[in-house]
Design a protein around this ligand. Structure first.
Ligand code: ZN
Length: 451
């Protein structure tokens, strides 16, 4: 092995010598980055603006190098023919949970005490791959074990296996007894064990500062809080505000001091409004609203991440007996209001970022959210924009993702036909490229060097 590397180095030195560039360091002779040219019949480079016809996207290595008119050819480049497709930036889901899934919940009662972190890690890897192949090249994981999700994020980024870029929240911070308390739904022996591993509950502003710093010490990118009750925590008591105003303010201030943004799970209008007043960056679910809610959305500039798929999935679970009575009661309350609040948010011009809460619904079905958004008053163009341009702004990564432009990450997807006319075409993703690697082509999975 050493001899082969030695021979390769010698060859490099000779090559440099031969061109008369003795002073060049050896790395100057590293092989050129692979070049791919995508021939796009329709190019939706910046969703929300008009698409252009017959364009070429030139990808060098992991980045977009150039966008040109017409179908250009470059010697030595791989050509991907998408002339009957609409090519657009990779989709972004601002609310997933890679660790969990619907199937898990049904299995949970049988094997609750036998599943451990190692099982969850493999499950999460499978969900990440499925999500990428559905066309989602970036996600926020808003609730997962912080060690598991940061390891998953770094392993994908390091090219160990395929998956979307992950913006990770670690474990959502909750008040004791609240939506994210790990003791919820456990028998009391297991609850005692859960209490020993409690890394995410807090009570009072000081304690909530500690909880935020604790998550940050695991290397998370964003802070998630449960400002109100939640549907799937196995506790009765509704969906109202649980984290108090002073606690939410302490969370936001502490997160900011570390350059982190805050995503607030909130269903009840009191919880939504308190979180908006405290300055969170996004409201997750935002099920119940009142006039004040919409004033606050606009004043604060916060994003609303609707997750319309989640209540629909939870309700279906409840109907087939897969939820506890406490969960089912809350699922019924939420489902009726989520779409109503969404429709008004569209009318009022609230900033909306696409999110599904996948893990409640099935991972890989994320694009089904688009049809729910359009059914409730959003245009397909605006819905696609919410999953690209707007999502990128929410996570402060507009300089690397969200549009197809020179210098940005080559995260590019395509569907056959016109998704601006029929948004459900996005459920049938034909082409997926992430960081310049083609993971799906002609609707078929492609093996890459990271598979
Ligand atoms: Zn969630």
């Amino acid at each position: 092995m050493k001899r082969i590397i030695g021979a390769a180095l010698l060859a490099l030195v000779c090559a440099t010598g031969a061109t008369g560039q003795e002073s060049s360091p050896p790395q100057a002779a590293t092989p050129a980055e692979p070049v791919t040219v995508i021939h796009a019949g329709t190019l939706l480079a910046e969703p929300g603006r008009s698409p252009r016809r017959e364009a070429s996207v030139i990808v060098r290595g992991r980045r977009i190098a150039e966008v040109r008119n017409g179908y250009v050819n470059i010697p030595g480049a791989r050509v991907v023919d998408l002339r009957d497709h609409t090519v657009m930036p990779g989709l972004m889901d601002m609310h997933v949970h890679f660790r969990g899934s619907l199937d898990d919940r049904i299995q949970a009662r049988l094997q609750a005490s036998s599943r451990d972190y190692e099982d969850a890690a493999f499950t999460a890897q499978m969900h990440a791959k499925r999500t990428l192949l559905a066309g989602f090249t970036t996600v926020r994981d808003l609730g997962n074990d912080p060690r598991l999700v940061t390891t998953l994020r770094d392993a994908i980024e390091g090219g160990m296996f395929p998956g979307p870029t992950i913006v990770a929240a670690g474990t959502g911070i909750s008040v004791s007894g609240g939506h994210g308390d790990p003791r919820n739904g456990q028998n009391r022996d297991l609850a005692d064990i859960a209490a020993q591993r409690d890394i995410n509950t807090c009570n009072g502003p000081d304690d909530c500062r500690r909880a935020v710093r604790n998550q940050i010490s695991f290397g998370v990118d964003v802070i998630k809080i449960a400002a109100s009750g939640g549907v799937l925590s196995n506790v009765p008591g509704g969906l109202a505000q649980q984290m108090m105003d002073d606690e939410i303010r302490a969370v936001v201030q502490t997160a900011r001091s570390f350059g982190r943004r805050v995503a607030a799970h909130a269903h009840g209008a009191d919880g939504v409004n308190a979180a908006l007043k405290a300055g969170v960056n996004s409201i997750e679910h935002g099920t119940f609203t009142n006039d004040e809610t919409f004033r606050l959305y606009k004043q604060s500039g916060a994003y609303y991440v609707p997750t319309l798929l989640a209540p629909a999935a939870a309700l279906a679970d409840g109907r087939r007996g897969a939820l506890t009575p406490a969960q089912y009661q809350k699922a019924q309350e939420a489902a009726g209001n989520a779409e109503k609040s969404f429709a008004r948010a569209v009318r009022e011009g609230v900033r909306i970022a696409f999110g599904t809460d996948a893990g409640v619904a099935r991972h890989g079905d994320n694009a089904q959210e688009f049809a729910l958004m359009v059914r409730n008053g959003m245009t397909p163009a605006a819905a696609i924009r919410s999953a690209t341009v707007d999502a990128a702004a929410l996570i402060d990564r507009s300089n690397s993702v969200g549009t197809i432009a020179p210098g940005k990450d080559a995260d590019i997807v395509a569907v056959r036909g016109d998704p601006l006319a029929d948004v459900r075409l996005l459920e049938n993703m034909q082409f997926v490229m992430k960081h310049g690697r083609v993971h799906k082509l002609g609707g078929e999975r492609q093996l890459t060097e990271v598979d």
